[in-house]
Ligand binder design. Structure first.
Ligand SMILES: [Zn+2]
Length: 483
């Protein structure tokens, strides 16, 4: 969906204000005068249809509602901040949970709407709107007790606003404060891509009885150079999902999210055509605590974008593997185009709009290049950017989409994430397939190869030994206490 022209937007916002009429009692704190051309992200995000899709993403919004309303103890009487508030739905949840003061930080023009929404829901004196980037917010040394943000992007990081959340946390969060979500995890799993191949690749096998396999190879190569945002069905996964990275949002640093590499080996549990690496994420909102009697209260809520959970607008991200004649050590650099720089906080790239909500339920793969599919792609992308455009550095790549894996076969990959230096929201993902026989496995490794099994057993014993020691020591101490 093309972004609205900045001019159009300013007209629409102006008319909105005119129809509003009265002066709102909510303090509207405007910092600077963002140049729409320099901040196209903030203008594009004003599109209300995108906000409808986000709010209407039930697993997403339900998770936030539950996380806040089932953990009221974190919010009652507290000062809280909503980073990238959008239409203000999360701010409303927090105000409903009894927050004393909610700072809703939103850089785009939709901030004007939050103000009205707050007043019309009786929270005009609770929700304070900052119409600026969180980096420009000034609070006079006041600290907030909770920071809530829906910052996640594709495969968690791409187009995310994690850096802004880290910035807000380090600047505004009280020492014993809470960040929601509290933990985020990236998962990976080998998968088959039958639907995608059937519809977009194998189509070229025979066209009006002509052999167009050359186009097929071309089509497959084009898929290999950029990750696909699509829904993968649970039955397309060929192994147990592996958590390849965990971030504790209370403590994670900018340095830790800048670059990291994870090596994984797993055993195939479902034989099939190994055609892709499926990536997704989960976030926990852990509001649990203990009272004086040691009794637990509060809840932990998980937002999952796994293929085995109801679909979300993030769908899954698939790295299409085009196996060549040598199955191992193929490398595909998956990087963003460097052409645009929307800069600043928040997602520069909006979800493309589904024609209907059916798009989320569809199991069809989606791709920007795929005509009718593009309307349901729901990319967080704007028209001026190919958000998941990648480059492939191997021209002589031989494509073989029929790499079959058997049950118990071990497959491995190394995946590197690197943040762009000048655009923190952009990541380059590099995937390298590994030969499990020759490559070093991580310790511990969950694969069933003999060496890894032995190491896992040894570590288990060591842990048990330690537990035993601790138990014995405690017993001793107890004994001494008693005398
Ligand atoms: Zn292993």
């Amino acid at each position: 969906m093309p972004d609205p022209e900045p001019d159009d937007m300013s007209v629409s916002m102006a008319s909105l204000e005119r129809t509003g009429g009265e002066v709102s009692p909510v303090p509207m704190l405007e910092v600077g005068n963002p140049d729409p051309l320099q901040n196209e992200y903030f203008t594009s995000y004003e599109d209300v249809e995108i906000h409808r899709l986000m709010v209407n993403d039930k697993p997403r919004t339900d998770a936030y509602a539950d996380a806040i309303l089932k953990n009221k103890h974190l919010f009652e009487g507290k000062i809280v901040m909503d980073v990238g508030a959008g239409t203000g739905i999360l701010s409303l949840f927090m105000a409903s949970a009894g927050a004393k003061k909610v700072y809703a930080v939103e850089a785009s023009g939709i901030a004007n709407v939050i103000e009205k929404v707050s007043v019309e829901n009786g929270f005009g004196d609770v929700i304070y709107v900052f119409h600026c980037k969180v980096e420009d917010v000034l609070l006079d040394n006041e600290k907030v007790d909770v920071i809530v943000s829906e910052w996640m992007g594709f495969y968690l990081l791409h187009e995310s606003m994690l850096n802004s959340v880290i910035y807000a946390r380090d600047k505004f969060l009280a020492e014993d404060g809470t960040v929601f979500p509290s933990e985020a995890r990236i998962y990976a799993c080998p998968c088959t891509l039958q639907t995608l191949y059937r519809e977009q690749v194998n189509f070229w096998d025979s066209v009006y009885n002509f052999n167009m396999s050359a186009v097929k190879e071309y089509a497959l190569k084009s898929k290999m150079v950029k990750p696909e945002v699509c829904l993968v069905s649970k039955s397309d996964l060929l192994a147990e999902p592996t958590c390849i990275k965990t971030f504790n949002l209370r403590w994670v640093t900018e340095e830790e999210v800048k670059t990291f590499t994870e090596t994984t080996f797993v055993a195939i549990t479902r034989p099939g055509l190994y055609q892709g690496l499926c990536l997704w994420f989960e976030c926990d909102f852990d509001g649990r605590d203990y009272d004086e009697d040691g009794k637990e209260y509060g809840s932990i809520i998980t937002l999952s974008t796994s293929p085995s959970r109801p679909p979300t607008h993030w769908k899954q991200t698939v790295v299409v593997l085009g196996y060549g004649t040598e199955a191992a050590n193929q490398q595909a650099d998956l990087s963003c185009q460097e052409a645009d720089d929307s800069g600043g906080q928040g997602r520069g790239h909006e979800p493309q709009v589904n024609e209907s909500d059916e798009g989320l339920k569809s199991s069809e793969s989606t791709n920007q290049d795929s005509g009718h599919m593009s309307t349901s792609a729901h990319h967080r992308s704007s028209s001026e950017c190919e958000p998941l455009e990648c480059k492939h550095n191997k021209d002589d790549f031989q494509v073989n989409p029929d790499y079959e894996v058997d049950e118990d076969e071990v497959v491995g990959w190394r995946i590197a994430f690197a943040q762009s230096n000048n655009k923190v929201r952009h990541y380059t993902m590099t995937v390298e397939m590994l030969d499990p026989e020759t490559e070093e496995h991580p310790i511990p490794c969950a694969c069933p190869m003999a060496r890894c099994l032995i190491i896992a057993k040894m570590m288990e014993r060591e842990e048990m030994g330690e537990d035993q020691e601790i138990a014995e020591k405690e017993e001793e101490e107890d004994f001494i206490d008693c005398t």
